[in-house]
Design a protein around this ligand. Structure first.
Ligand code: GLV
Ligand code: MN
Ligand code: MN
Ligand code: MN
Length: 428
């Protein structure tokens, strides 16, 4: 720590927020929707351009690049003890449809900048430091969140990955192979992506809060103590459909109305817990055939349920599935449902909580502890290494929308805290 204090005192740690935002803005141009909306789906041409952009930045920061078969990208700064377990930091650059330019990207571009700032300050890590860009934190393409980190943590089964198809009916391995990642088989893909036990000393992720607390309280740094348990369901109701004029009301089994009832049942089940930490969203709701003069034959709902309390979240999932069953019987529609994921929450490691809080204090920045209601790759990295997260404020807590915003000053603060945290964890 004494080395750290002399070489990386706040005043020597030079981080330029405007420059980082300029890089983030360039990255935001790799998007399927026009600025300010960002849409960047796994292994699409824009995702591949973003990957090249990130690798070029890593090279400029003198990092040695390694990519695994899942498409996770690592940039390594060698430690004075190259055999020591690595200190890892990173996040994602994929973006759900019509998202903003800060979710995930701040933790990738910011990590490269944190390393560059440490290099400029003359710091030399004892443990190797690696910046990581995870593959597919967002579930958009394959309905599976955190694909890259699940694989790294050995938390992804072969059947689970093979069971996922994109809209064209293709699976992860196929698409990965087409863009130059991948392996001979899914089992090899997973086996060769898994981190060896003990390989990671610490993992820390910088991210925008995606909630309103820091901005509301005028606090610069959020020290994350836990990550909520996410779950996603897909429910399909199927009826007979028919002519909107010809088919009399008593003769219908309208799948759309079954879906509408279920969306309300999700809200009711969530509110019934009485806990502010329980949240549920019917984020997709498609009816087919989708014509104004046609009784919906099919309703397909994507439902997201989360809680910081795992068992309480599981109770809501069970209540929603029971409601779907009841609605299907009442409305005489067929039901099929699938739990896409039902992951436990994660607790951040006290050593990293302390390191982040200490770094903020060293920089004279106000901090507070909070939980993450969004999920992150840190949720899975916590299974293989002591893990923590650093949050910075974002405007109105907005995220997953084009007007998502974090100020250059807040980003620079987050990057400084990350840099000092990494220095503390890596040792100098
Ligand atoms: C990921 O972005 C999430 O939904 O938390
Ligand atoms: Mn996101
Ligand atoms: Mn994110
Ligand atoms: Mn997320």
């Amino acid at each position: 720590l004494s080395v750290l204090l002399t070489c990386c005192a706040a005043q020597t740690l030079d981080v330029d927020g405007d420059k980082i935002v300029e890089v983030l803005t360039r990255l935001a141009n790799f998007s399927d929707h026009e600025n300010p909306a960002v849409t960047r789906i796994l292994f699409t041409p824009n995702d591949m351009l973003a990957r090249k952009f990130v690798k070029d930045l890593m090279r400029e920061a003198n990092l040695v690049i390694r990519e695994d078969p899942m498409g996770n990208i690592f940039g390594r700064w060698e430690g004075s003890d190259p055999t020591a377990p690595v200190v890892l930091t990173g996040s994602h650059t994929d973006a759900i449809p019509q998202a903003g330019m800060y979710d995930g990207t701040v933790g990738v571009i910011g990590a490269i900048e944190a390393v560059a700032a440490l290099q400029r300050a003359g710091f030399r890590p004892a443990r190797p430091l690696e910046v990581l860009m995870f593959s597919s934190e967002e579930p958009t393409r394959f309905g599976l969140s955190c694909s890259g980190s699940r694989a790294l943590a050995g938390a992804l089964r072969e059947e689970e990955l093979e069971g996922r198809r994109d809209a064209e009916g293709r699976h992860y391995l196929q698409v990965a192979n087409e863009v130059g990642y991948g392996a001979a088989s899914t089992s090899q893909l997973l086996a060769t992506s898994r981190l060896p036990p003990g390989a990671v000393a610490h993992f820390v992720e910088l991210h925008i809060e995606q909630g309103p607390l820091l901005e509301r309280e005028g606090v610069s740094i959020g020290v994350v103590t836990a990550i909520a348990a996410p779950s996603a369901l897909e429910v399909v109701f199927a009826g007979e459909g028919g002519h909107a004029g010809g088919q009399l009301m008593p003769d219908r089994n309208d799948a759309g109305l079954a879906g509408a009832e279920l969306a309300l049942a999700v809200e009711a089940a969530v509110l019934a817990t009485g806990a502010a930490d329980t949240v549920g969203t019917t984020g997709t709701f498609e009816v087919a055939p989708g014509a104004v003069n046609s009784v919906p034959r099919e309703a397909r709902l994507g439902i997201d349920i989360r809680d910081i309390d795992g068992p309480r979240r599981d109770g809501v999932v069970a209540a929603v599935l029971a409601a779907a069953q009841e609605i299907a019987e009442k409305r005489k529609v067929r039901l099929s449902s699938r739990v896409l994921n039902q992951d436990p929450p994660a607790t951040c490691h006290p050593d990293i909580v302390e390191a982040v809080a200490g770094a903020a204090q060293q920089l004279g920045l106000a901090s507070r502890r909070l939980v993450s209601r969004a999920y992150h790759d840190a949720l899975f990295m916590a299974r293989v290494a002591p893990t923590g997260m650093i949050f910075i404020p974002c405007r109105n807590g907005w995220s997953h929308r084009p007007d998502e915003f974090a100020s250059p000053a807040d980003i620079a603060n987050g990057v400084r805290v990350l840099a000092l945290t990494l220095a503390r964890l890596a040792g100098g």
